[in-house]
Ligand binder design. Structure first.
Ligand code: FE2
Length: 229
């Protein structure tokens, strides 16, 4: 039986597996000070695990250069992360591009895991994406599909179900849980919600909001606790 949160239950430790909190590396936090505040907001929400997942596009940067940039960004806030008692991991939100299989994408897995965070292009379904994802699955990796609710072509066509049945995990943004509960309830009912994440970018917009989403009570608790499944 699915366990749903009762609104008055104490808040468990939450995990945010998708956010853009590292400073100066993508369209997320623009300064160390903004990163600090975002981290504090996550801590205030009782988020204990944060996976830093800056955007990666293989048509714009090499994996090795990305890894150096990510490390340099993390080094700037490492002390703050530790002072807040946050356990952190490193990841990448990988845009699905036609050349993805030609790069060492395995280096972009979350620490010590086989999980890759994949982001579809926004406007049109790329027909070449499915063979790429099939090959990633055949190689033993687990694709986590970022904010699947953003793509009408995934939602309206049964494509999301097909990807989930192949072995992909479905990630929904916390903002959608808060602002479109009807859609999220439908996806939960259809077992198409594996994990909720903030996808936080900034202090003033696209903010950390996991606790607010959690407290709606419409998504099973395990979707907020990725590391305790
Ligand atoms: Fe993102």
């Amino acid at each position: 039986m699915i366990q749903f949160l009762k609104k008055n239950n104490p808040i468990p430790d939450l995990s945010d597996i998708h956010c853009h909190i590292l400073p100066g590396i993508d369209d997320g936090a623009g300064s160390v000070q903004e990163s600090y505040r975002l981290l504090e907001m996550e801590a205030e929400d009782n988020v204990k695990h944060i996976v830093f997942s800056p955007h990666f596009n293989a048509e714009k940067i090499s994996v090795s250069d990305f890894l150096i940039k990510r490390k340099n960004a993390l080094d700037q806030i490492r002390e703050k992360v530790n002072s807040l008692g946050i356990i952190h991991m490193e990841w990448a939100e990988i845009r699905i591009t036609e050349n993805l299989l030609e790069i060492p994408y395995e280096k972009l897995c979350m620490n010590n895991s086989d999980c890759l965070l994949l982001e579809f292009p926004f406007y049109q379904y790329p027909v070449w994406a499915e063979p790429i994802i099939d090959e990633i699955l055949a190689d033993g990796f687990v694709p986590v599909l970022a904010h699947v609710e953003r793509y009408p072509y995934l939602m309206d066509t049964g494509l999301l179900r097909r990807y989930v049945e192949k072995g992909c995990l479905s990630q929904i943004n916390a903002e959608t849980v808060i602002n479109n509960p009807k859609l999220v309830k439908k996806l939960v009912k259809e077992n198409l919600v594996d994990v909720i994440a903030s996808d936080a970018h900034h202090v003033n917009n696209r903010c950390p909001n996991l606790l607010e989403a959690f407290q709606t009570g419409i998504v099973p608790e395990k979707a907020f606790r990725f590391f305790e499944k």
